[in-house]
Design a protein around this ligand. Structure first.
Ligand SMILES: Nc1ncnc2c1ncn2[C@@H]1O[C@H](COP(=O)(O)OP(=O)(O)OP(=O)(O)O)[C@@H](O)[C@H]1O
Length: 230
């Protein structure tokens, strides 16, 4: 059974049809890359798939069910913009997340260990951290309830090469621990390195869904789909 199944998803925002037929499916324990130019509708697809925005058409199944509030127990989400409190320390932020999710405080430490966030920084305020460290804390906040599925909106964006490599390693580790990972990205080499399958959306429509094994040059495939010149 697929973990996510989206068929012909449609969404209007501000009087414009932003999603005009987005379809894709994500299998269990798969790393799935979601690609498309700026404004193609990737974030809108994530929000609509999760039911944070009401869809105008199409169907969505997560864990085989129409998404409702219950699915958030089984999945973790990180949007591109950090939503943790900038003035609270790392521990204060994660303890709050644990509290809201009705989880044990031990799980905060376990999550920080999993993302390899060094203990010496646990007492730092979130706003004092580097972008790479913030991304790790956000990931920790998304996995502390041990979800089966992680949905990440541009997890590599704005990170220096070292931090990108660290996030890549983490995603592979989480997949190896049995999690399914869906992530949007503009970083084609990164997607080529870690994704099992990917989709390309252009102008609110899925142009292609493929296995990375079948793609020799992702950049060429991408440019062909979005209408650029290789
Ligand atoms: N609340 C909204 N009201 C009106 N238009 C919106 C709203 N949210 C997004 N849009 C528009 O929908 C389109 C798709 O936006 P979206 O953020 O989903 O794209 P994206 O593929 O995630 O882009 P990026 O790669 O730049 O993050 C854009 O033209 C955006 O301006």
């Amino acid at each position: 059974m697929n973990v996510i199944e989206v068929k012909d998803l449609r969404k209007r925002l501000g009087g414009r049809e932003i999603l005009r037929g987005v379809s894709f499916n994500v299998g269990r324990e798969e790393i799935y890359g979601f690609l498309g130019p700026n404004g193609a509708g990737k974030t809108t697809t994530i929000r609509t798939t999760l039911g944070l925005l009401r869809k105008d058409g199409g169907s969505v199944r997560i864990f085989g069910e129409e998404p409702g509030r219950g699915i958030f127990k089984r999945l973790g989400v990180v949007f591109e913009y950090e939503v943790l409190n900038p003035d609270w320390t790392v521990l204060e932020n994660l303890r709050f997340v644990a509290y809201v999710r009705d989880r044990d405080m031990d799980e905060v430490e376990a999550a920080l260990d999993t993302v390899e966030f060094s203990k010496e920084h646990w007492g730092k305020r979130f706003k004092e951290l580097s972008k790479g460290m913030k991304r790790k804390v956000s990931l920790a906040s998304a996995i502390l309830h041990d979800p089966e599925l992680l949905i990440l909106d541009e997890p590599m964006s704005g990170l220096d090469p070292t931090a990108q490599v660290e996030v890549r390693r983490l995603l592979l580790k989480l997949r190896d621990e049995g999690k399914t990972i869906f992530f949007s990205s503009h970083n084609l080499p990164e997607v080529q390195k870690i994704a099992d399958r990917a989709a390309i959306i252009v102008n609110g429509t899925t142009r292609a869904q493929f296995s990375l094994e079948d793609v020799e040059d992702l950049e060429k495939t991408y440019l062909t789909m979005v209408g650029g010149s290789p």
